[in-house]
Design a binder for this molecule. Structure first.
Ligand SMILES: C[S@@+](CC[C@H](N)C(=O)[O-])C[C@H]1O[C@@H](n2cnc3c(N)ncnc32)[C@H](O)[C@@H]1O
Length: 279
């Protein structure tokens, strides 16, 4: 079958479920992944779909119809241009989080020090920091053993050196040592925000990575903020990804804990998304 003919069929099958821009992006992911060709290459060189290839595209199409994330269908995604394996056990790394990592690299690239990533999930923050900094010694923790297994695979895949630890941060009384940088993208979505979320997130990404209760939405920020206040080096900083609807409350909390210098930045979509707090 001609690829272009299949493309029309693919778009038609999905058009009642997704906006056209999203279908286009699925199509690009699939052609690059299965045919190893960019859209421009395909336009210049019309392609035939073999029966075997068509089976791959059909399987992906059926899974997209039930709103499975494209990253789960392919089993991988990219974060800061590095490949990461993903599954239902970890949050799919988001582009917003790349900006947080870039901020840390900008500030600390040449510093010779220890870094801690709390709630590492796929390992995306820890691994990108190890690869992007000259002399960082990176430790990453998560309460989920299954997530840590994927994070370790991702470190190996990208030849990064990260020390992974299974630890529940909420029941941690003190950290083992001091750090130059502590970073976390903890769970921060309130139950009340569930109704605004897409099915592909709600049905396929882990609740443990996403949700906090409506009555204590800043639980992780409070705990991690207090630990960081005691365990940051003098010239160190704490970086958080935050809930865009709770920016003021998160800034106030960090000031109350004792951080003198707190800075808020927006993400690529213009939402309040990350904070740096220094002593
Ligand atoms: C929002 S995800 C972030 C994943 C990854 N760092 C990223 O930015 O894509 C939050 C992570 O925190 C972990 N987590 C949840 N509760 C935790 C706890 N009590 N202690 C340590 N990690 C926890 C989850 O397993 C999940 O991997």
């Amino acid at each position: 079958m001609q690829l272009n003919k299949y493309k029309n069929y693919f778009f038609n099958q999905l058009k009642t479920i997704y906006p056209e821009t999203e279908i286009s992006s699925f199509w690009s992911w699939l052609t690059e992944f299965y045919l190893n060709k960019t859209r421009i290459e395909l336009a210049l060189n019309p392609h035939q779909l073999t029966d075997e290839m068509k089976q791959n595209f059909d399987d992906a199409l059926n899974r997209l119809k039930i709103q499975e994330p494209i990253q789960h269908i392919l089993g991988e995604t990219y974060f800061m241009d590095y490949p990461f394996s993903v599954s239902q056990e970890v949050l799919i790394p988001r582009p917003e989080t790349e900006d947080l990592v870039r901020w840390i690299i900008e500030d600390y690239r040449e510093v010779d020090g220890h870094i801690l990533d709390i709630g590492t999930g796929s390992g995306c923050i820890a691994i990108a920091l190890d690869l992007g900094m000259f002399n960082a010694r990176v430790t990453a923790l998560d309460v989920s053993e299954k997530a840590l297994k994927i994070a370790a695979e991702n470190a190996k895949r990208n030849r990064a050196k990260v020390n992974f630890i299974k630890q529940d941060i909420l029941s941690t009384q003190a950290l083992n040592q001091n750090y130059q940088v502590i970073v976390s993208n903890p769970p921060y979505v309130r139950e009340l925000e569930k109704s605004q979320m897409q099915k592909n997130v709600l049905n396929y990404e882990p609740d443990l990575a996403l949700f906090v209760t409506d009555d204590s939405p800043l639980l992780f920020y409070d705990k991690i903020g207090r630990l960081a206040f005691r365990h940051l080096e003098k010239n160190g900083s704490l970086y958080f990804e935050i809930n865009q609807y709770l920016a003021k409350e998160t800034l106030d909390l960090l000031r109350k804990i004792g951080f003198n210098d707190v800075e808020l930045r927006k993400d690529l979509y213009g939402n309040d998304r990350m904070i740096k707090a220094s002593l």
